[in-house]
Write a protein that binds this ligand. Structure first.
Ligand SMILES: [Zn+2]
Length: 496
């Protein structure tokens, strides 16, 4: 690219014009008064003048007058110049210095705008032409406008090259380096939550060069613009203003995009929410650079405690004593996380340090066997009618029988035994479990009230509680289960 302004020597390098008055105009006067300066000779000036001398004087005056007339005519008709840009005619001027001045002023303005010395990238020329009838001098203001519009400039710029490809030009090396620093910093800000991690380094994976070269000034970008171009992957901007009735889908379709792309281009969209008048970006970011970060993350992890159970044959199985409370430990884990453009690509454990060891929970649990207490023949636990039988029911398994009875109806122990549980148990509501020995148990659920407590011995027929609708129940009834060796059996099979 040629940077030089090449102008006609005669056009640009002339000295200041003499306001249209040719230099030769003074000459006749000079030649006309050589003797007048001689004092003392004034007195006899006319007497001593010979006839011949007088003729010569008259001839000289006449010649001078003629010369003057031509000179005045020339002054009224100054030289005309055709102004061309790269050979293309753009106007006429009679003041070629004005053209040089305009070009100089435009160069200064452009230099100021881009922050680097701008020089025209085209050839502005003034060629003397002969006056012809139709030719007119272009209005100087208009000529200025034409030159401003038509003259391009180049300046020495600093181009950020990514893998050898010119991406963006800035006015100084400092600005170019600053743009790369800002890019890294904005990346760090985007990935790191305060106090969570320290970023060890941020690299740009691609090969980056800053190359000084001549660049059209129209391609110069500010530091901020350069950061955006590098991270968006283009300096194109294309946006769309949301109209009434639009959806992400209709906008995407109309612009040959997918909804996913539209979301990528507008990460600030939450859900499907767009409003009339919103400005959506239609350029999907495809960054020129891959920012790779290495973070060191330190966090603490809880170490769960274990439970150690010892058995005491003097205690019932539902009795338990905690001899040592458990306590979780804590460890500090240090990891290295590598991300590329925000996406985690690897995570490596660097170290692990135990800050505190967990304390084992120690408990003593009873192992005393419930004695043989049942007769093996069960009494019906409540007065009422069976509303639901044992077995598969509504896609689940009904583990007992339901006996409908009014709220508050007494519920009795189906056989003698020990109350091993009397309390709340989720869907069962208020539940009583009685162990009868021989690994047999009976369960009474949805009770409104208890008449026994855990550990109590009961005789067959003793009231243990009252019908209710606690837990997962749709009305007052007793849910009754019979377990043998830990398995629920059909209660009706125990009644012959
Ligand atoms: Zn039931």
């Amino acid at each position: 690219m040629s940077a030089a302004i090449q102008m006609d020597e005669t056009c640009m390098n002339v000295e200041k014009p003499h306001l249209g008055r040719p230099a030769g105009r003074r000459r006749p006067r000079k030649t006309n008064v050589p003797d007048a300066s001689s004092p003392g000779s004034k007195k006899g000036w006319t007497h001593k003048l010979s006839r011949k001398a007088m003729y010569i004087t008259v001839a000289v005056v006449v010649a001078a007058a003629a010369f003057l007339a031509v000179a005045i005519a020339n002054a009224n008709r100054p030289s005309l110049y055709a102004v061309t840009i790269d050979g293309e005619l753009v106007g006429y001027t009679d003041n070629k210095d004005l053209v040089a001045e305009i070009v100089w002023r435009l160069s200064e303005e452009e230099s100021f705008r881009v922050g680097a010395e701008a020089i025209p990238s085209c050839e502005v020329d003034c060629q003397k032409v002969k006056w012809e009838k139709d030719l007119e001098v272009t209005d100087p203001d208009q000529l200025g406008e034409i030159l401003k519009e038509r003259i391009g400039f180049v300046a020495s710029g600093y181009v950020i090259c990514v893998n050898g490809q010119d991406v963006v030009a800035l006015c100084s090396e400092e600005a170019a380096r600053g743009a790369l620093d800002d890019l890294r910093q904005s990346y760090i800000n985007s990935i790191v939550k305060p106090g969570h991690a320290t970023v060890e380094e941020v690299l740009i994976k691609e090969k980056i060069d800053i190359v000084e070269q001549e660049v059209p000034t129209s391609l110069f970008r500010s530091k901020q613009e350069a950061v955006e171009i590098l991270s968006r992957g283009t300096d194109k901007m294309l946006s769309y203003v949301v109209q009434r009735g639009d959806s992400l889908w209709t906008i995407a379709m109309a612009n040959n995009m997918t909804v996913e792309d539209l979301r990528k281009a507008n990460p600030n969209i939450e859900g499907d929410l767009i409003r009339e008048g919103d400005n959506l970006n239609l350029i999907v970011p495809d960054p020129y650079v891959t920012l790779q970060s290495r973070e060191i993350v330190t966090y603490t992890v809880s170490i769960p405690y274990s439970t150690q159970v010892t058995y005491d044959p003097s205690m019932w199985p539902w009795q338990e004593e905690v001899i040592q409370a458990g306590k979780s430990g804590e460890k500090e884990v240090v990891e290295e996380i590598v991300r590329e453009n925000g996406e985690e690509v690897s995570r490596t454990k660097i170290s692990e340090k135990i800050l505190s060891y967990p304390v084992t929970k120690k408990i003593v649990r009873g192992s005393k066997q419930v004695p043989e207490m049942g007769s093996g023949e069960l009494a019906w636990p409540v007065q009422g009618t069976i509303t639901s039988r044992f077995g598969p029911r509504w896609g689940t398994y009904h583990r007992g029988v339901d006996i409908g009875a009014p709220h508050g109806t007494p519920v009795i122990a189906a056989d003698s035994g020990m109350v091993i549980f009397a309390g709340w148990n989720g869907g069962y509501g208020n539940l009583v479990k009685i162990a009868h020995g021989s690994n047999m148990q009976t369960w009474y659920a949805h009770l409104s009230e208890f008449a026994v407590s855990t550990g109590q011995e009961v005789k067959k027929g003793d009231v243990i509680g009252y019908v209710g609708s606690t837990g997962r129940s749709t009305g007052p009834h007793l849910h009754f289960e019979v377990h043998v060796d830990g398995v629920a059996k059909d209660p009706l099979s125990f009644y012959k």
